[in-house]
Design a protein around this ligand. Structure first.
Ligand code: NAP
Length: 306
């Protein structure tokens, strides 16, 4: 079994920043990532609110830069999935695709995934017209019609991206006021080929052998049901934490996010959490980066006292 000082699970902005800080502290952290550096940020088309990039930056570019910066300071990256965690005394034993890893300090920066609706057609047509990534799949809808569900920042941002290609985008929102930040909401409302279908929920996604061809929707105020013809359907209804691998080793909130104190200590000494996986209010790249720095400094302090 491999012995490590610091393991960081997840290479989104929180994990990458923790890797930069732990690397600079000479701790040679091991970062385990399931997909690609950048995490969910990597599939964001344009990031306009990350300081220092006045013209914006793509999520892929920012993720690549952070990854390279972490490697420059001695962070090691391995790609695989962490399946489980056991706390044995003061050691944290990770069960991973790469074998077992035994570490003194652990930073959980495993982020979130997209919540799904659980309606008919969603699973059946996933990858055949149903998507949770507008930036990835938007270009497939050149001259076509797409549906989007959600009223938050993700739905607003991704609907506008899809609308660059699609002839028409219907955005379904279950209320009559958007949750998205004003700057994004104003831009969304001003996009001519986006129609917001207020107070409406999707009931089913319909399709055939060629993929999606419509969405059955219901107006929540009137109860009226109708089918809107669409060629694709994008879901942005919030986030679910990637915390299954933590099992019952650490205290989680009712929604499954990791409970921490303000210094990102969890219920297990030497186990810290950072980024979107933390039970907190604001989930931004900047707040993830701040968490990563703090968690790494706390891990460093923990190891000093070990
Ligand atoms: P979110 O803020 O939780 O918004 C989810 C949206 O989906 C809400 O409008 C919600 O409606 C709706 N919804 C939830 N369950 C639904 C259901 N079963 N059926 C229909 N609609 C449903 O999620 P998000 O937009 O993915 O954003 C997640 C976090 O990332 C947020 O903290 C956000 O600020 C952040 N983020 C920031 C940026 C940025 O700063 N540019 C970009 C993307 C994401 P209600 O409004 O009625 O609850």
């Amino acid at each position: 079994m491999r012995e490590e000082n610091v393991v960081i699970v997840g290479a989104g902005p929180a994990g990458l920043t923790a890797a930069i800080y732990a690397g600079r502290a000479g701790l040679s952290p091991l970062v385990i990532e399931r997909l690609q550096p950048g995490g969910m940020m990597a599939s964001t088309d344009l990031i306009e609110n990350y300081p220092g990039f006045e013209a914006g930056v793509t999520g892929m570019e920012l993720g690549t830069k952070m990854h390279q910066q972490a490697e420059r300071f001695g962070a090691r990256f391995e790609f695989g999935e962490v399946h489980g965690l056991d706390i044995v005394g003061d050691r944290k034993l990770l069960r991973t695709d790469l074998g077992e890893v035994n570490t003194r300090a652990l930073i959980a920066a495993s982020g979130t995934g997209h919540r799904l609706l659980g309606i008919p057609g969603e699973r059946e047509f996933f990858g055949r017209g149903v998507s949770t990534c507008g930036t990835c799949d938007g270009p497939l809808y050149k001259g076509k019609t797409a549906g989007v569900v959600g009223g938050g920042n993700s739905a607003a941002q991704e609907a506008m991206f899809v609308a660059r290609f699609a002839k028409k985008v219907y955005l379904l929102h279950r209320r009559d006021a958007l949750r998205a930040d004003k700057v994004l909401a104003d831009r969304l409302l001003a996009t001519p080929n986006i129609e917001i279908v207020w107070s409406t929920i999707p009931l089913a996604i319909t399709g055939d052998a060629h993929g999606v061809n419509g969405m059955r929707v219901q107006n929540k105020k009137t109860g009226e049901e109708r089918t809107i013809a669409v060629d694709g359907f994008f879901i942005f209804i919030g986030l679910i934490p990637n915390t299954r691998w933590l099992g019952d080793a650490v205290k989680l909130s009712a929604e499954g996010f990791v409970t921490t104190d303000p210094d990102l200590r969890t219920s297990v000494p030497g186990l810290f959490a950072a980024g979107d996986v933390v039970d907190k209010e604001f989930r931004q790249i900047t707040t993830a980066v701040a968490d990563g720095a703090r968690a790494a400094r706390m891990a460093e302090r923990f190891l000093d006292q070990y």
